[in-house]
Design a protein around this ligand. Structure first.
Ligand code: NAD
Length: 319
């Protein structure tokens, strides 16, 4: 069975082992695949694995042997799942590998706004403490999280893990989701409508998938509903945010800051307005990339294929 990995490098830059996958068939692993080589490289393969290489309707139509697309990520917006379904191609994702790592990153970003660790350490290195007349100093406001409110948009696996951590900090949690899971045992939690969440939260964290209806749903109208002191965190997908609108809001003080692990185009073009915007941290899409999470991802990707081979596919996203 021919298996092609189109873009394996970010999953395994060399610190993990592909041998479990290699045992499943005739495997070819490419570090990266430019758009113009997708069809040529995937031709003849029954199984194609992709992380961020786009498999749209056009590519799928040109790959008659393709029966299974394994997305090496949770978000599967890089695959046209409907086009795949029409051709009878199973598409799977990896739903749980990164839940804890992504939630941890949300708090790395939130705590950066609350404590400014790097900036204060830099000030010490540059001599500001040695020359201080007091025993301590701080250059930026310090914020305690207890009793602050976090609004979580998309209360699925990662959203709920973020809520667990927020609760350990003593925060109040508001959730918004189309599907209201049972949260009756959760303390300091309530569901809210979208606008109410925007208006009441001190920190807003995005955890819903990218769908046509969620694209650009953070825009100048919705940002205007947030508190002037609010911080926006996005570790989900860049296109959830209208980037010009957020950059303008940050630069004019409509909200206090943004911590972003994802952008609409990755890697970004030089002119992305959020890079360098006021009080904006942009990270290069690394929430998922702890070694522990990547190792789990690889294990689940292999397990998904083993299930497919046995005819008992799991984690299908285009049923
Ligand atoms: P999940 O499916 O468990 O949760 C998503 C939640 O969003 C669900 O509860 C769903 O009901 C809700 N939702 C769907 N449409 C909605 C809408 N229109 N409005 C409000 N809520 C809506 O997924 P998850 O594991 O929590 O992952 C969430 C997202 O995180 C993924 O889709 C992916 O894009 C992103 N992610 C990013 C990284 C990273 O490295 N930055 C890593 C993993 C996942």
């Amino acid at each position: 069975m021919k298996i092609v990995v189109l873009d394996g490098y970010t999953l395994n830059p060399g610190d993990l082992d592909w041998s479990d996958l290699n045992a499943l068939g005739e495997v070819t692993i490419y570090d990266r695949t430019p758009a113009e080589l997708i069809v040529e490289r995937a031709r003849g393969a029954e199984i194609v694995l992709t992380n961020k290489t786009v498999l749209g309707e056009v590519q799928i139509a040109m790959l008659p042997d393709l029966k299974y697309i394994g997305v090496l990520a949770t978000g599967y917006n890089v695959v046209d799942i409907n086009a795949a379904k029409e051709k009878g191609i199973i598409v799977t994702n990896i739903p749980t590998y990164g839940t804890r790592s992504v939630a941890q990153m949300v708090f790395a970003l939130i705590l950066e706004f609350c404590q400014h660790v790097q900036k204060h350490s830099d000030a010490v290195v540059s001599g500001d403490w040695s020359s201080s007349i007091d025993f301590c100093f701080w250059n930026y406001p310090l914020i305690e999280l207890a009793d602050k409110t976090i609004g979580i948009i998309g209360f699925g696996r990662i959203g709920q893990q973020v809520a667990d951590i927020a609760q350990a900090f003593g925060m109040q949690v508001i959730g918004y989701d189309q599907y209201k899971s049972d949260q009756t045992s959760r303390k300091n939690f309530r569901w809210a409508e979208f606008d109410e969440l925007l208006a009441s939260a001190d920190f807003i964290s995005l955890h819903c998938p990218l769908f046509p209806e969620t694209k650009d749903f953070i825009n100048k109208t919705t940002i205007a509903k947030m508190k002037k002191t609010a911080f926006l965190i996005n570790t989900s997908r860049g296109p959830l945010i209208q980037e010009e609108d957020l950059a303008n809001a940050l630069n004019t003080g409509i909200i206090a800051g943004a911590g972003l692990d994802v952008l609409s185009v990755e890697p970004p073009k030089d002119h992305n307005p959020l890079i360098g915007a006021k009080n904006c941290f942009v990270l290069p899409h690394i929430s998922w990339a702890t070694k522990e999470a990547r190792a789990r991802l690889m294990e689940i990707a292999v397990d998904n294929i083993e299930h497919y081979i046995k005819g008992t596919s799991v984690n299908i996203v285009n049923k």
